[in-house]
Design a protein around this ligand. Structure first.
Ligand code: 5AD
Length: 351
């Protein structure tokens, strides 16, 4: 074992903080043994706050229509090969009914930036979900909106909001997105959401085009400063209908190493083992949990649309990833010593 990395890992577990240059050392000099050491520290930290419970979220992909043209994303506006769909209010409520019966107590409504989802539409939808299921948390993941809109949705019952920042380096942000999108606005949205009282999630892709190790060290620093309630990270996976089709996918090992670091930097963060992690490697989500993650987000979308929400090639959509396969997921988690629980799974005190 690299002694220097062990010293840094121990200090990170104790202080929940390292300098950016030290994060870089960990990223660049961790091999299997060092990664496993960090994962063991991360598991211990996570158990201190969340035990061995795994929280589940029912993910409802409400529309793949998007006005944005992010260069990495399979549902980008300019992709003519994407078969577009949008769920109705009734469709979405039916997903919640099914999810509730399966034991989900958080519903995540995610979609492209689809103008159809006006505040009026969403306020009514939130009212419908909250009146039927007052014991459930509702998470929105619908991209950038105005502060006023976020405020109205909060008022209508939304509890949480996921908005990945994708990269905290403004130049890198510009290499991944068209000019209409800026890191400054993304960060303003995250700040607005937090001020409005949402539990807020940010996050980034690992191994996205043009990303450097220094940038990843910067992401760890960013997480330590922003201290999101939730943090979604997963490997970049190329999509054949994007300009990034020929870039290679991010690594599962590196993603797991970063999950462990994030758990140690911010012990109470809700950290999903993402679909992208499971899509890239059989058993990827289990590896994420063993690296310090404590959330999984099975797919609750209607079976007829699942294959259409293709953010990247070979995205898992049914089988092991579906909400209906919850028994199989429970068994997978049990096999590694963890328990899927029926709970809203809110963040423990954000410290
Ligand atoms: N590979 C991995 N993740 C992707 N996302 C979008 N496209 C890809 C891709 N090609 C992620 C983005 C977005 C989330 C919904 O999915 O980080 O925020």
């Amino acid at each position: 074992m690299n002694e220097r990395i062990k010293i840094l890992a121990d200090r990170l577990a104790k202080d929940h903080f390292l300098e950016k240059s030290e994060y870089l050392e960990i990223i660049q000099n961790s091999d299997k043994e060092e990664r496993e050491y960090l994962a063991a520290l991360a598991r211990a930290e996570r158990e201190r706050h969340y035990g061995r419970d795994v929280y589940i979220r029912g993910l409802i992909e409400i529309s793949n229509i998007c006005k944005n043209d992010c260069y990495y994303c399979g549902i980008r506006a300019s992709n003519k090969n994407c078969d577009r769909y949008r769920l109705t209010k009734e469709d979405i409520l039916a997903c919640c009914d099914e999810g509730y019966a399966l034991g989900f107590r958080t519903f995540v409504m995610q979609g492209g930036e689809d103008g159809h989802f006006t505040d009026e539409f969403l306020v009514e939808l939130l009212g419908g979900i909250k009146s039927r299921y007052p014991d459930c948390a509702v998470t929105l993941s619908l991209g950038e909106r105005s502060r006023e809109s976020y405020a109205r949705l909060k008022e209508a019952g939304a509890d949480r909001y996921l908005l990945r920042h994708e990269t905290s380096d403004p130049e890198h942000y510009g290499l991944l997105h068209p000019e209409s999108l800026t890191l400054a606005n993304r960060l303003k949205c995250l700040r607005d959401l937090r001020e409005l009282g949402y539990q807020v999630g940010c996050g980034f892709m690992v191994g996205s085009p043009y990303q450097t190790d220094e940038m990843l060290a910067g992401e760890l620093e960013f997480i330590g400063q922003f201290k999101p309630d939730m943090c979604g990270i997963g490997p970049f996976i190329p999509h054949k209908d994007t300009d990034f089709r020929d870039f290679k996918a991010g690594s599962v090992d590196l993603t797991c190493l970063l999950l462990s670091c994030i758990r140690l930097i911010h012990p109470t963060v809700l950290l999903p083992a993402t679909t992208a992690l499971g899509s890239l490697e059989e058993g990827g989500r289990e590896r994420g949990i063993l690296a310090g993650a404590n959330v999984v987000m099975p797919n609750l979308s209607p079976a007829s649309v699942r294959r259409k929400y293709m953010l990247y090639d070979n995205k898992l959509s049914d089988g092991a990833e579906s909400a209906q396969a919850k028994a199989a997921l429970e068994e997978r988690m049990r096999s590694i010593g963890y328990t899927v629980v029926v709970s809203r799974g809110d963040a423990k005190n954000n410290q």
